[in-house]
Design a protein around this ligand. Structure first.
Ligand SMILES: [Zn+2]
Ligand SMILES: [Zn+2]
Length: 273
């Protein structure tokens, strides 16, 4: 009885003789069912023709993503701190090569995930890494399809998960959408790891905010103002998005302020005409 994985979004479901009829994540308005219909795979199948690429994304930060692209195509980030490693966001393919590489770098003390689109194979990762806790915001608990005692729901607006590593709930894309602030990141300038809560643009100088990225459903002004206000008390020079290379490598705080102003202008009646 393998745990089935949705091919379109990469979410892993609990062990079952047959896959579910539909995927909870993909049938929701923020995602979509693959154009060839609902398809499923398993970890064993995935390991046959996919592997994980590891690449440095910044000081003390290792990106881990699956090749060829699988599901949404995001990469996770391994944060190296003086008190051990921490995994931000998650991917579907768990393999021995990646697990041993992370253990060799100092292991993983916990996993935190920005929002349900990246829950992927989180339970499998936790188990492979020794049963480490998986921090998810309680406001998104309805989107967890594979429950496990390693899942630790946090609530409120901030939560320190390790010294100098603070989860910040911004909301917007999902009610519990979060980012991770790393005080010692960017060689001491501070780093913000954003997942889809803020999407680093192709210009790598600004971020975007959406309720649904693939279906182009915008957020209202209040939600975007709130995202900006949530991170305002934190200092960060670098912003790391959810894909390889989608990073802003200077003046992160200013980039968020500028992006919030730009968004509010764009949706106002004074925006593009
Ligand atoms: Zn799905
Ligand atoms: Zn998303």
């Amino acid at each position: 009885m393998p745990p089935f994985i949705c091919v379109t979004c990469g979410t892993q479901y609990p062990e079952a003789p047959l896959p579910p009829e539909q995927c909870l994540i993909c049938t929701e308005e923020r995602q979509y069912v693959g154009w060839a219909g609902q398809r499923w795979t398993t970890l064993d199948e995935l390991r046959l023709d996919h592997h994980n690429r590891q690449a440095p994304e910044g000081p003390g930060l290792l990106g881990i993503g699956t090749e060829p692209k699988f599901g949404i195509g995001q990469r996770a980030l391994y944060v190296r701190t003086s008190v051990g490693g921490f995994l931000w966001d998650c991917i579907s393919l768990v393999d021995e090569a990646t697990v041993s590489a992370l253990q060799a770098l100092g292991g993983v003390t916990g996993i935190a995930i920005s929002h349900p689109h990246f829950y992927s194979s989180m339970v499998e990762w936790s188990r492979a890494l020794g049963g480490v806790p998986v921090y998810l915001h309680a406001d998104d608990s309805q989107w967890v399809v594979r429950h496990d005692r390693a899942i630790l729901f946090w609530d409120g607006d901030t939560r320190e998960v390790a010294p100098g590593l603070t989860l910040i709930r911004c909301g917007g894309h999902f009610a519990g959408s979060a980012v991770l602030h790393w005080a010692d990141g960017a060689d001491g300038g501070g780093a913000l790891l954003t997942g889809d809560t803020m999407m680093v643009g192709e210009d790598r100088r600004s971020v975007g905010f959406m309720y649904s990225y693939p279906n182009c459903i915008p957020l209202n002004a209040r939600a975007v103002e709130r995202i900006g206000a949530s991170v305002e008390p934190f200092e960060f020079d670098h912003i790391y998005g959810a894909w390889f290379g989608r990073n802003i490598l200077s003046a992160g705080n200013q980039a968020v302020r500028y992006s919030v102003r730009r968004y509010l202008h764009a949706i106002s009646d004074r925006g593009q005409s």
